[in-house]
Design a protein around this ligand. Structure first.
Ligand code: SAJ
Length: 405
């Protein structure tokens, strides 16, 4: 029996994957409404293939508010950072570990999937385990298998991505590897816990720095009247160059968060990491400045004629955490600007002022459309933009005379 604690974007697909492969799973979450939904067969967020996976999983899974007796516990709860110190806020993880320890039998294994800063397990989890009367590596085992799946392709990546397992002994790592091997076809690498913690942070920091380079290039190319997209396209033909895409900023709960852990823990050393974060965080404001510039160039003075397409942090997901559009709207609010028209096909509830709920209503009366998110909808319906001034921050629409970053 596996008990998965935390049924969000990571825990839920993971629970379904085990259950769909014949393993008995209990999914535990403190959110009663979520449990009600799940028990009635409702999936709380949109994700390709998740419903189909649920269909295969449902006979092997139950949902509870409290942890139950199990062989393996897998914790997948949020790990935000403290905005002042930039250090990890491990409180959700610690609470989850306490909940697990109330039910855990001797010899069971606790696997942490949540992303944590290097050293978190030694600092917070081992002491919690020992305080509860267990001996780590003897009466209970601790391990870390950081999630690596990308929203928008969670279900596929769970199966095909390689995976890291950090444990105190190879024997325990191999046991965990065998369980994940029930559905994971990627390579499963066993290592120690601190290496697994650091590797995960390094992966997301690498991506953040690469995007920051693309964003800095976008600013340089704008100043030098060059097309950054064409330059990156050509540079990437070099066999050892792979620059990511510039955009309106880096959102989501991972890439815009995890690098801060290094800055918080190594403030003197993590200079490149910090600068990259600052560059990416500057992009929503840069988009705003460029929008104002485009308004001047096109003689459009009325802000109510400018609309922002897309609220989510990236394309074809319904997640708005740390999204560049939300950051941009916040910056406008600080400057007391009127709320511009916004629309996102994935956000069906009103979460910001002046939000509309259909593309037609959005485009009606607008002179300038700022594309913030590359949803398939706008790529497929780009012809509807032909009479508008378009500022395409994602370089996705193929119509003439489009303003770019
Ligand atoms: N972005 C760009 N330019 C790009 C790529 C992305 O501006 O070329 C922006 C996106 O629009 C988005 C943000 O960056 O706002 C992050 O999006 P993403 O698709 O790069 O990544 P996430 O946050 O959805 O998922 C990442 C993944 N990590 C890596 O690719 C190294 C995923 O594998 C991790 O599981 C996830 O973080 C996590 O939970 O850590």
């Amino acid at each position: 029996m596996i008990n998965i604690v935390g049924l969000g974007y990571i825990g839920l697909p993971l629970a379904f994957s085990f259950a769909a492969n014949g393993i008995k799973v209990t999914g535990t979450d403190c959110n009663i409404n979520l449990l009600k939904k799940l028990r009635s067969g409702e999936i709380p967020f949109e994700e390709k293939g998740l419903y189909e996976l649920w269909e295969q999983a449902k006979n092997n899974i139950v949902f509870t508010e409290k942890c139950i007796e199990a062989d393996i516990y897998i914790i997948a709860v949020p790990t935000p950072y403290d905005k002042n110190t930039k250090r990890i806020d491990a409180s959700y993880v610690v609470t989850a570990v306490h909940d697990v320890l109330e039910a855990a039998p001797k010899g069971s294994i606790i696997v942490l999937e949540s992303t944590v800063s290097p050293g978190t397990i030694d600092k917070y989890i081992r002491p919690a385990v020992e305080k509860a009367g267990f001996i780590a590596g003897d009466t209970i085992h601790i391990a870390h298998s950081p999630e690596r799946i990308i929203p928008g392709n969670l279900v596929n990546e769970l199966v095909t991505n390689s995976r890291t397992i950090g444990a105190d002994s190879l024997e325990i790592a191999e046991k965990i590897k065998a369980v994940y091997g029930s559905f994971c076809t990627g390579e499963i690498i066993c290592t120690d816990i601190r290496t697994a913690e650091m590797t995960k942070i390094v992966e997301n920091t690498f991506r953040d720095i690469n995007i920051a380079f693309a964003n800095e290039l976008a600013k340089i190319c704008r100043e030098g009247s060059l097309d950054v997209h064409e330059i990156i396209r050509i540079a990437n033909k070099h066999p050892r160059v792979n620059i990511l895409n510039p955009g309106p900023g880096v959102g989501g709960h991972c890439i815009s968060v995890d690098p801060w852990f290094l800055v918080g823990d190594y403030p003197i050393l993590a200079n490149l990491v910090k600068t990259a974060r600052q560059i990416n965080d500057s992009m929503p404001h840069y988009v705003l400045e460029r929008t104002v510039q485009i308004m001047k160039e096109t003689g459009i003075t009325d802000l109510s004629k400018v609309g922002f397409y897309g609220l989510t942090y990236k394309e074809n997901v319904d997640d708005v955490r740390e999204s560049p559009t939300m950051q941009l709207l916040d910056a406008m609010r600080i400057h007391m600007a009127p709320s511009p028209k916004v629309y996102d096909p994935y956000i069906k509830k009103a979460i910001v002022p002046n939000q509309v709920f259909s593309l037609d209503e959005f485009l009606n009366g607008l002179d300038i459309v700022v594309i913030m998110v590359a949803h398939d909808e706008i790529i497929e319906k780009a012809n509807l933009l032909e009479s508008k001034v378009v500022f395409d921050t994602r370089n996705i629409v193929k119509i003439t005379d489009v303003y770019k970053l």
